[in-house]
Write a new protein. Structure first.
Length: 212
């Protein structure tokens, strides 16, 4: 009697909510000539068969000074992880924007962080800011995931879908930067280290009232 092999996991699906995209976009816009990093928080919405469906609900801006794997960057990651648990979410991804507009590659330290995230969440992804897409209606992102063959455990397939919750989000993000300069109010963990009164986790001052 032959035993049936377990079904392979279906490719995951992610939906990037407006708050998450805006904070990512504002972080890159505030520091156009510096590299910035941060993490995304997500919640599992449902499972359809073997497919994981996740909402990417928030972004936590980490660094614009210490973008390499410094001890302080690791402290920021740990605090972001604690905050995620407090908000009943988890870190599901990482983002990077280079100070060079033409640079859309995930740097070595970004790959290291992504590898580290996959140990806790095998479906973890990275988004890289792509300034070339700013002239289009598309999101200014490229998606990076660890190839299953390069994972040490529990292979994670590439996402079947990585969508925006609303196709108008990129246009609204650009408008909020151009007209309201909301990116100026966004603070990251580096800013918090200089002034502990700044709220780098929620960043409500940088968000439209509808998202606060």
């Amino acid at each position: 009697m032959s035993s049936q092999a377990p079904a392979a996991p279906a490719a995951p699906s992610f939906t990037l909510q407006e708050k998450a995209y805006l904070k990512f976009f504002f972080h890159a816009a505030k520091h156009p000539h510096a590299s910035v990093t941060g993490v995304f928080l997500g919640r599992r919405r449902a499972a359809e068969g073997n497919q994981e469906i996740w909402d990417v609900v928030d972004a936590i801006p980490l660094c614009h000074n210490w973008t390499n794997l410094s001890p302080m960057a690791e402290v920021g990651l740990e605090l972001a992880s604690i905050y995620a648990k407090e908000t009943e979410s988890r870190i599901v991804g990482y983002y990077h924007a280079s100070g060079w507009a033409q640079d859309v590659a995930l740097p070595a330290h970004g790959h290291h962080i992504l590898q580290s995230l996959t140990r806790e969440f095998p479906l973890a992804f990275a988004l890289v800011f792509n300034a070339a897409k700013l002239s289009t209606d598309s999101a200014a992102i490229d998606v990076v995931m660890i190839e299953p063959s390069k994972q040490n455990s529990r292979n994670a397939p590439k996402p079947e879908r990585f969508d925006l919750a609303d196709a108008e989000i990129p246009a609204r993000a650009k408008s909020l930067v151009q007209r309201k300069k909301l990116e100026r109010s966004l603070v990251d963990f580096d800013d918090y280290l200089e002034d502990p009164s700044k709220d780098w986790l929620k960043n409500e001052a940088a968000l439209p009232l509808s998202l606060v």
